[in-house]
Design a protein around this ligand. Structure first.
Ligand code: NAD
Ligand code: TYD
Length: 341
């Protein structure tokens, strides 16, 4: 199987590449990534020399380059991870989210049609469903929950999902979509909650918790997500959406306290900052469909996954310190400089 993986120098895409190379050594992977601030080629250094792995620095919005690549490679499957992925950045500057997440996805699907790609898999998010109330634990997102987005990020991802379903119906493109809850694990860019808190705590820097820290996210270990995508892209039904999550809801503040405890730091580091605009209250996935139809269930309990994640950040300081010392630092100052109460 020849698979184009877009966004493979980012967090989930790189973990997915490692997963496929380990579990399907006969597959060939072509990673397409434009290496934005969130893409890090050093993440892929351990597989760069594999005979069945190739890296191409291409922007998915660059139609000519994408079509030339498809012409040359004729992939069997395309898995689209490439996206602008950070909600806070989308609130600051939505435009690039619309370009990459919507136009980029349509260019990839146009190429799939032209070059007869057997399957296009769109990696989406539970954020397309909007949010759930904090006090209604009985409510969960199912695949039939209406799209009702809150941020420019989630709106761009929802637009891409709708386009993918439209390409399926209108052009007969073989499409599957997965909508996943929050991921955590190795190689996550330290602007997202868990790696940011680990990096700051290790550095004895303040831990900026939005609002009162009571918002709830449903956390999934990244390797479990990769396995789910692998199963869907091979065995999922064309035109179908699959929710991916693990019944693992947690308040943000509890995650931050857990990280502090694991690292032996003081809760005095916690600082409550101005809330995110339009901040979604609660995400919670009902994974019944993928479980009953495709047999997938997450394998990693949060207690185990967070320990593994913290150990990884302790063992790979250079990876995230290189990031923090660069361009990211300017962004950090801009976002939090004005926000600290
Ligand atoms: P990430 O920001 O870590 O990585 C995104 C990658 O895409 C980077 O390597 C970046 O260089 C690349 N990229 C961005 N724009 C590009 C372009 N125009 N052309 C080519 N490459 C480009 O993101 P992530 O957390 O790994 O998320 C991957 C996918 O999973 C995204 O589509 C995201 O919406 C989705 N998702 C993420 C989560 C999560 O918790 N991280 C949860 C659900 C869904
Ligand atoms: P994030 O990792 O940005 O993922 P998402 O917004 O896609 O869920 O944020 C997770 C939660 O943590 C979210 O409720 C916002 C909150 N948060 C903080 O409280 N402080 C921070 O510095 C960050 C980055 C997030």
């Amino acid at each position: 199987m020849k698979i184009i993986v877009t966004g493979g120098a980012g967090f989930i895409g790189s973990n997915f590449i490692f997963y496929i190379l380990k579990n399907h050594p006969n597959d060939n992977i072509i990673c397409v990534d434009s290496l934005t601030y969130a893409g890090n080629l050093s993440t892929l250094s351990s597989v760069m020399d594999y005979r069945n792995f190739t890296f191409k620095k291409i922007d998915i919005c660059d139609k000519d380059s994408i079509f030339s690549l498809f012409e040359a490679e004729r992939p069997d499957i395309v898995v689209n991870f490439a996206a602008e992925s950070h909600v806070d950045r989308s609130i600051e500057d939505p435009q690039i989210f619309l370009t990459t997440n919507i136009i980029g996805t349509s260019i990839l699907m146009d190429a799939c049609i032209k070059y007869n790609t057997k399957r296009f898999h769109q990696v989406s998010t539970d954020e397309v469903y909007g949010d759930l109330p904090l006090d209604r634990k009985d409510l969960l997102f199912t695949e039939d929950t209406p799209i009702c987005t809150s941020s420019p990020y989630s709106s761009s991802k929802a637009s891409a999902d709708l386009l993918a379903l439209a390409y399926h119906r209108t052009y007969g493109l073989d499409v599957t979509i997965s909508r996943c809850s929050n991921n955590y694990g190795p190689y996550q860019f330290p602007e997202k909650l868990i790696p940011l808190m680990i990096a700051n705590a290790l550095d004895n820097k303040l831990l900026p918790v939005y609002g009162e820290g009571l918002n709830i996210r449903d956390w999934l270990y990244v390797e479990d997500h990769c396995e789910a995508i692998d199963i869907i892209m091979r065995n999922g039904t064309s035109g179908e959406v699959y929710n991916v999550g693990g019944h693992n809801e947690m308040h943000n503040i509890d995650i931050v306290k857990l990280i502090i405890k694991e690292l032996g730091k003081s809760e005095d580091l916690i600082t409550f900052v101005t809330d995110r605009k339009g901040h979604d209250l609660r995400y919670a996935i009902d994974p019944t469909k993928i479980h009953t139809q495709l047999g997938w269930l997450p394998k990693t309990a949060f207690a185990e996954g967070i320990k593994k994640t913290i150990s990884w950040y302790l063992d790979n300081k250079q990876w995230w310190m290189d990031i923090i010392s660069g361009e990211y630092q300017n962004y950090y100052n801009k976002m939090y400089g004005e926000r600290l109460l």
